[in-house]
Design a protein around this ligand. Sequence first.
Ligand code: PEP
Ligand code: MG
Length: 584
Amino acid sequence: MDTYQGIAASPGYAAGPVHAIRQRAIVPVRRTVRVSEVPDEIKRFGKAVEKARSGLRELIDRLASELGPEGSDILSSQLMILDDEMVWDATLAVIRLERINAEAAFGRTMGELAARFLEIEDETFRERVNDLRDVEQRVLRGFEDSDRPHLVSPDIPSVISARNLTPSDTALLGRNNVLGFVMDEGGNTSHVAILARSIGVPAIVGLKGRAVALKSGSQVAIDGTDGRLVTDPDQEILEKFILLTRQQVVVNQKLEHLKDVPAVTPDGHRVEMMANIELPVEVEEALARGAEGIGLLRTEYLFFQHQTIPTEDDQVRVYSEIVRRMDGRPVIFRTLDVGGDKVSDYLGAKREYNPFLGWRGIRFSLANRLLFKTQIKAIHRAGASGRIKLMFPMVTGLEELREARQVVAEALEELAAQGLEHDPDVPVGIMIETPSAVLAADILAAECDFFSIGTNDLIQYTLAMDRGNSRVSYLYRPLHPAILRSIRMTVEAGHRAGIPVGLCGEMGSETRLAEVLLGLGLDEISLHGAALPKVKQVIRWTDFTEAQRLVDELLKLGTADDADRWLAEYIAERKRQRERGDHE
Ligand code: PEP
Ligand code: MG
């Protein structure tokens, strides 16, 4: 029995046999063709592409019926690669000029494209390489005569292991008999992680060779919540995982009754519970978990799903759908937050030496005013379908807020002049995620309607630790005195100005921190849907005054270690008290 640590990509537990997927990659054999054969090679290429295209369309239909239209969007981008003129032109040029067979010419074109993408040190591009490989293999299979599927689904409930699964492989496998995924490559934002979350099975990625080493039929236990893979688990571990799975189901069932009750403490303090979402497909999960609204819609993900910039009307369609489905509950639209680790070539945000300190968030939007105004117009138009709010990322000072508000004013004038239906009165807020925004919170609060604290970036910038660098990830300490003080200062500044203060960083999803966030006086917590019921439960158990006392104690401590220890003891004591109470 061995345990390996990977990246937790989709929460939950599973235990069972491995279903290893060894993708048989087709390596095209190069052969020279005569001039007279060139037209035939071009025809063969066209036919192989057509076969790949119809296979993809079938898969898209299937995914759309299982996951909704957003699930299939992932594969739509592959269709675009197939139709990309550059891919066609380069392949045809190689066939004509070098007189080699179509499959070898195509393989070379895709190989060169993938190599260029891999040179770019950016997760988004690495994930695009996966799409390129997928399309390449799909077309190469199109040259073969047989139509046998290259992937075999498991006959019995199994854990799927692979080096990496392409989105279409994942779709081909479907949900049947899939207990979970373990993968050597990929990150939290890779397509397979998104799909695993949307079909509700655990996934671990980034296992660096451990996943392909697994043999079909061998037993594993996977913990997608903490990213742990256990190979050949002994009976004790197996039973523990089976128990954890059952507990998970029971806990979720037990928490279901909380769906429609508010997060109110026994002494009457109310916290608004909202959900963070990236894609429209997550709306149902958010509602099922009792979200009172969307506290953070990361709109950049909607852009990343497309190869070209979505038009205003395209955006209105997607945004309105989300607003409609939220049925009167507020949706906080965060305007594009590209740059940093979220670079998209077509948006023109280029790789930089120090990307997190570079051209990102509101800086990027203000420099691309037309794009920014178009998005703001689309968001206001979606406001005609329900309740919305507008939020700007990465604000460092009043100049940016004022300039962004100026763009809003222009957008509103244009909408009125065009006679387009929209909400003219949308509250405007900002993310507090830079130390300067914390220090200037009182100044900023005077000119906006709400704050939402983005602790992922706030911790990164305050503690000077790159949030994507695993070497310094140990410095991610939400209970560091500087972070606790920053949150407190922000809440106090907001409240003095009479505006609500929420929090939408990952810190909100950590159940152990729920009392701390309550005691810090946050009006709203926005978190992953799956984590929402547990955090709400803790709030409903805890007196606000008691949580405030806890925070006062934590603020007296000098180190994050001391604060972690103090909190752990406090939680253990509270548990003992509850258990005693249950027995009495
Ligand atoms: C944050 O920084 O805490 C946040 C919620 O935004 P993102 O993670 O998208 O940067
Ligand atoms: Mg952020």
